[in-house]
Design a protein around this ligand. Structure first.
Ligand code: PHE
Length: 434
């Protein structure tokens, strides 16, 4: 007999868990530097428009598929049509590839918490980061530790593990973010930082910015690999999809923008280039912390915050694979968690080592880490999202009824879903390939 499917104990828990999945390194590590690189306020405006009108469509699709079928990703696509089962597995492969860069960064975060906590602050973070990330033992140990810490929660189950973790960590995360934002706004460079974020300079607008913004929006909403289908499958019957989707978008964007409000005033106060790239968080910011009155305090708060963001997303990444393993291989949750953890560990290690020992191993001129990041973010996510839209729009009978009862809204949604969004996603994909 089939066991009854787990369910979030309240609507709020569902929203917190989904926001926990969406809010992650994408908001705090990726968003500010992508925005910095792409002209600040104009990018923000483009991003807001895209997320509110385009990305909301696949987001609603994933939520609705979860709600309608109440199954893991693989079984849901099988139920839509057995010939789509392979696509369910492609989503799981995608979700298993994300930790290869996500959990590696998780390991770096653990290391940074430690150096600030133990007062081992290096004088030069640029040099420190490059020598640390190229070590062999420590980065691997910490990547695995991050994996272990994440796996504990899905191992314990939906309510007593995942839900509890999110209900505790997300409010703490929000509190720390607000504290840091209030502090950042008192810095002398706050005005310049805010101007950079909120005063658009339309001469900066360009085509590639649109596609970068779209890719970022998909990643940050955890769309395109079944994570939202999985979390959606635990939602209560009477949940409103549209409302949930916009609530999620609202919080995700609010947090990304607040992360910018923390980072840009700091960056402008200390004369660092806002376009410093991915190293912004691991080199420029910690270097700035050392100039503040209590560097340890800022360092610890910032990296613990980043840790909460990363682990709550990591949990949803693992749960997506675990839920599919449980159902399709008929194994217990505990066994599935162990198997998924082993698979992730095996692919994370070479990726962690690609900053040192394996830095010479390259394909298409990319290291293992860069290749996995590129393949998932630029190719698989837009491709999977495209298929999710096409399958929902063309292969599920009266799908829009799942989303809304309003006739006008239904028609607009349907046109966006069947034609416009797939076309735009195709463009993102072609651009990603270049
Ligand atoms: N949305 C997360 C972030 O912004 C990343 C993520 C991707 C989480 C896919 C779950 C699934 O960091």
């Amino acid at each position: 007999m089939q066991k009854e499917r787990a369910q979030w104990s309240s609507h709020i828990s569902f929203i917190i868990a989904t926001v926990g999945s969406a809010v992650g390194l994408g908001n705090i590590w990726r968003f500010p530097y992508i925005m910095g690189k792409n002209g600040g306020a104009v990018f923000l405006l483009t991003y807001l428009l895209l997320i509110a009108f385009i990305c909301v469509i696949p987001l609603c699709c994933e939520l609705a598929i979860g709600k309608k079928y109440k199954k893991d990703t693989v079984s849901a696509f099988y139920e839509i049509n057995p010939k789509f089962k392979w696509f369910g597995w492609l989503c799981i492969i995608t979700v298993l590839m994300i930790p290869c860069f996500y959990f590696v960064v998780g390991g770096w975060i653990l290391n940074y918490i430690w150096i600030f906590l133990a007062h081992h602050i290096p004088p030069d973070f640029a040099q420190y980061f490059s020598s640390y990330s190229s070590e062999i033992i420590m980065p691997c140990v910490l990547t695995l530790l991050f994996l272990f810490m994440t796996a504990i929660f899905p191992y314990r189950g939906v309510n007593s593990g995942i839900e509890k973790a999110n209900n505790i960590m997300m409010p703490l995360f929000a509190l720390m973010l607000v504290l840091l934002a209030v502090f950042a706004l008192t810095l002398p460079g706050a005005k310049n930082g805010l101007e950079f974020m909120f005063k658009p300079d339309f001469s900066q607008f360009n085509k590639s910015m649109i596609l970068i913004a779209l890719g970022q929006a998909l990643f940050t909403l955890s769309i395109g690999m079944g994570a939202i289908i999985t979390y959606g499958s635990y939602m209560k019957e009477n949940t409103n999809i549209f409302k949930s989707a916009y609530t999620l978008i609202f919080f995700d964007t609010l947090i990304a923008v607040t992360a910018g409000v923390v980072i840009f005033p700091v960056v402008f106060s200390f004369g660092v280039e806002p376009t410093a790239g991915a190293t912004l968080v691991f080199i420029s910011l910690p270097q700035i912390f050392t100039k503040l009155p209590y560097p340890e305090l800022f360092g610890v708060i910032f990296f613990v915050l980043l840790f909460f963001a990363a682990i709550t997303s990591g949990i949803s990444i693992m749960e997506t694979a675990i839920a599919s393993f449980i159902q399709n291989f008929h194994i217990s949750r505990k066994k599935a968690t162990v198997i998924v953890s082993i698979i992730i560990a095996l692919i994370c290690i070479p990726s962690t080592l690609s900053f040192g020992l394996l830095s010479g191993v390259k394909l298409f001129d990319k290291t293992i880490f860069d290749l996995l990041d590129f393949t998932t973010s630029n190719l698989l996510l837009p491709f999977n999202t495209l298929l999710i839209c096409l399958i929902s729009g063309w292969f599920i009978n009266s799908f829009t009824r799942e989303i809304t009862e309003n006739l006008i809204l239904k028609n607009v949604f349907s046109i966006l879903l069947k034609f416009i969004v797939p076309f735009i996603l195709l463009l993102v994909l072609i651009y990603g390939l270049k």
